[in-house]
Write a protein that binds this ligand. Structure first.
Ligand SMILES: Cc1ncc(COP(=O)(O)O)c(C=O)c1O
Length: 329
């Protein structure tokens, strides 16, 4: 039992705010702006980026989220991310706090208020505060939150040398949970921690039929010996917006991508291990080559031409494609 050597203070409003500020001073964060439907506005002081503890998103994980990128003052592919967000909301039985157009507008306005020209936008829908039960409280107001932040960054080595991944020992999520981007990321967190503890960069989920699933916050794809780009089916993994867009781009620019075909199908572990290239795909990592999977080298153990070509196609689309929203800063 912990023995307190001093009496715990009962805080005034001002004390509580000072402690929230002290927490941020001890551990600074790269968060530029936060919209909260509960605050009915945008805050830029990270100490104020808070939500009530009794919101079910906090203590029961009854909430969903999604993430889009800000690239050179423009938001990339937001509508695809919003489509997925609405699908996740429906499957999670979450009410929307407003219309899709209204949420889209809040995301764009929060981005403008942040002043951030490059970074990430993560937004959440919660079932709201009002009880510590399992079902949401009667009359609970759904919450909508938008955070503009620096985004996840990865070592340059991942692109120049390729990553090392391991088959996770944690079981893959059941399909209904895997296709829903809910805030229950415990398996994803544990698989990434496990990989890092064992000296790898990330993990890969395998499904119960022995087919490849996905990574912790990324999809996985392969280039077969015959030169086809193959991607696991989306019925039991997250429909990555990056994967879906890259599959379109690769089909439209097959020779530039350097592939003979583009297929979405089950991929057994043995076929996958025999591939020429293995790729990680996602909004933050974009396209990164995998050089090693468990104790096995993929292809010649070096980043391959398809991973480079797909990264170029994606970066062009992010800079000058037709899926960009201009932000009025
Ligand atoms: C579990 C999981 N799979 C795949 C992805 C890749 O999705 P996206 O390309 O939309 O970032 C993510 C990222 O959000 C994820 O969390």
């Amino acid at each position: 039992m912990t023995v307190h050597t001093h009496a715990i203070r009962v805080l005034t409003d001002a004390d509580a705010l000072a402690e929230l500020r002290a927490l941020r001073a001890r551990q600074p964060v790269d968060f530029s702006a936060f919209y909260s439907s509960q605050l009915n506005g945008i805050v830029t002081d990270p100490a104020l980026m808070v939500i009530p503890f009794d919101d079910h998103i906090v203590h029961r994980g009854h909430g969903i989220f999604d993430t889009a990128a800000i690239v050179s003052r423009k938001i990339y592919d937001l509508d695809a991310h919003l489509d997925r967000f609405l699908g996740s909301a429906e499957r999670s039985k979450l009410q929307l706090p407003g219309s899709r157009a209204g949420m889209r507008d809040i995301i764009i306005q929060t981005t403008a208020a942040s002043g951030r020209r490059d970074g990430s936008i993560r937004y959440w829908l919660s079932s709201g505060p009002g009880s510590l039960e399992l079902t949401p409280a009667r009359g609970a107001e759904p919450g909508f939150f938008v955070m503009i932040f620096g985004g996840l960054s990865y070592p340059e080595r991942w692109y120049t040398e390729g990553l090392r991944v391991m088959t996770t020992t944690y079981p893959i999520k059941a399909p209904i949970y895997a296709i829903t981007k809910a805030t229950n990321y415990l398996p994803n967190v544990l698989m990434q921690m496990e990989a890092k503890e064992k000296g790898f960069d990330n993990g890969v989920f395998i499904d119960e039929n022995g087919n490849v699933g996905e990574g912790s916050n990324m999809n996985v794809a392969f280039v077969t010996k015959a030169g086809a780009l193959v991607h696991p089916k989306f019925d039991h993994i997250l429909s990555g917006c990056t994967s879906l867009r890259l599959l379109e781009l690769a089909r439209a620019h097959q020779s530039r991508a350097g592939v003979t075909a583009v297929e979405v199908r089950d991929i057994s572990v043995s076929e996958a291990r025999d591939s020429r290239e293995m790729l990680l795909l996602g909004s933050s990592i974009k396209v990164a080559p995998i050089a090693q999977w468990d104790d096995q080298t993929i292809g010649d153990g070096k980043p391959g031409p398809v991973s480079r070509a797909l990264l170029q196609l994606l970066e062009e689309d992010m800079r000058s494609g037709d899926r960009l929203i201009t932000v009025a800063y």
